[in-house]
Design a protein around this ligand. Sequence first.
Ligand SMILES: Cc1cc2nc3c(=O)[nH]c(=O)nc-3n(C[C@H](O)[C@H](O)[C@H](O)COP(=O)(O)OP(=O)(O)OC[C@H]3O[C@@H](n4cnc5c(N)ncnc54)[C@H](O)[C@@H]3O)c2cc1C
Length: 413
Amino acid sequence: MQSAIVLGGGMVGVSSALHLKRRGWSVTLVDRKEPGLETSYGNAGIIQSEAVRPYPMPRDFATLARIAAGQTNDVRYRLASLHRHVEPLLRYWWNSAPKRHQQATAAWARLIAYATPEHEIFIQEAHADNLVRRAGYRLLHRDPAAFELAIATAEENRRDYGVQFRVLDGRELAKAEPLLRDDLPGAIHWLGPWTVSDPGGLVAAYARLFQRLGGTIVTGDASTLAETSSGWSVETSEGRIDAANVVIALGPWSPDLMLRFGYRIPLVRKRGYHMHYHGGRSLDLPLVDTANGYAMAPMSRGIRITTGAELTSPDAPATPVQLDAAEATARGLLDIGTRVEPEPWYGTRPCTADMLPVLGPAPRHRGLWMNFGHGHQGFTLGPATARLLAECMSGETPVVDLTPYRADRFGGH
Ligand SMILES: Cc1cc2nc3c(=O)[nH]c(=O)nc-3n(C[C@H](O)[C@H](O)[C@H](O)COP(=O)(O)OP(=O)(O)OC[C@H]3O[C@@H](n4cnc5c(N)ncnc54)[C@H](O)[C@@H]3O)c2cc1C
C-alpha cells in the first residue's frame, strides 16, 4: 500500500489526506493542533466560486500613494516589518502587470471551476450540509463610478467564466436585507458561492470523515521532518512515523519548512483579523463592504467581521486598526451588537508572489509533495487542489495540468 504523511490540518491538508485515503493510501495527518484551528478557522467562510481572478497588487500610482499614506482600510502595512516583504512584493508587483495577471487568471480559474463540485462530495460524505448555505453573498458598493466598473468586470466574468450574479439597486438591496441601512446605492449578488457558518467546523467534519475512512490523525511538529533511506519521518506524540511520501500543507508556515530543503518560495503574508458580534441584528447573507475593505458574515458564533490585508511579520503583535475601522463602519450599516471575544483573532493568508498555489512534486526530492499558497481562497480551493495532488501522486493524469503550479517556476533553488 502506498503511504503518506500529510503535514498540516487546515482545509488544504485535511482535503489532501482525504483524497489520498479515498484512493486507498495509508495516510497519517500531522498537526500541532486539532484540525481546522488556524487560517482555515478564521476566514470569512465563503467558498468563492465567483473568484476567477486572483488578487493582483494595485499598480496605479494613486492607489499605491493612498496605501503608503495609510488611507485605505483594505491594505495596511507595518513599517517595521516592511523589509521582510520587499522581495516578494516586488515579484508580486511584477506578476500583477495586466498580461501576467491574465495568465495567472487563466491558471487560477481552472482551479476555481472545481471548487464547489469538490466541496460538494466531501460535504455529502461528511454529513456537513447543516454548515453550508448555497445562496451566494453580496458585494456592497457605495460609490456609483466604482459600482459601474465592478458591474462591467462581473459581466466579463460571466462571459468568460460563466460566473452568475444579479445587480441589486438600493431598493432591492433594502428588500433583501431589511435590517441594513436603507439608503445604500446597491450591491452585486454573486449567486454561485456557498457560505459556511463555521469554517473550522467544516474542516473538522472533513477530518472526521478522513478518520471514518481509516485515516490517522496525530499531534506532531512538522519541523522534525527528516529524509530517511525509505522516504520521510516525523516525530509525533505517538513516536516516530515513517512513510514513503510527505505532503507539505502548512499554509503560511510552509515556505519556512521548504527552505530547509533548499526551496525558496516567495510568500506575501497578508494578515487578517476577525471578531464576532452578538446581541444585535443579523444579515441574511454575508456582505462585503468593498470601499471599506471588510466582510460581515452571519456565523454560528454571531456576525463575524473579517478584515483586509495587513503586511506584517508573522510574529509581530496584533495591531487591529483595520478591525476597529471596519467595526465603526459596520455599525453605521447595522446594529451588530457587542464583541464576543476579548481579543480579535488573526491569521495569515498565504499568498505566493505570482498568485498561484504551489502544487505538485518537489523537483529535487523523491516523495516530497507540496500543496500550499492558496492566498485569499484556500478555504475555497482546498478540496480541488487536493484532488489534483492525489491524482498526480497516484500516477493518474490530473484533470487540470499542474505545470503552472509547480514549485520549480520560482527558480533559484
Ligand atoms: C481574514 C481572512 C479571511 C479569509 N476569507 C476567506 C474566504 O472567505 N474564502 C476562502 O476561500 N479563503 C479565505 N481566506 C483564506 C483561507 O483562510 C486560507 O487560504 C486557507 O485557510 C489556507 O488553508 P491551509 O490549509 O493552507 O492553511 P491553515 O488552515 O493555516 O493550515 C495549516 C496548518 O498547519 C499547521 N502547522 C503549522 N506549523 C506547524 C508545525 N510546525 N507542525 C505541525 N503543524 C503545523 C497549523 O496548525 C495549521 O492547522 C481568508 C483568510 C483570512 C486571514
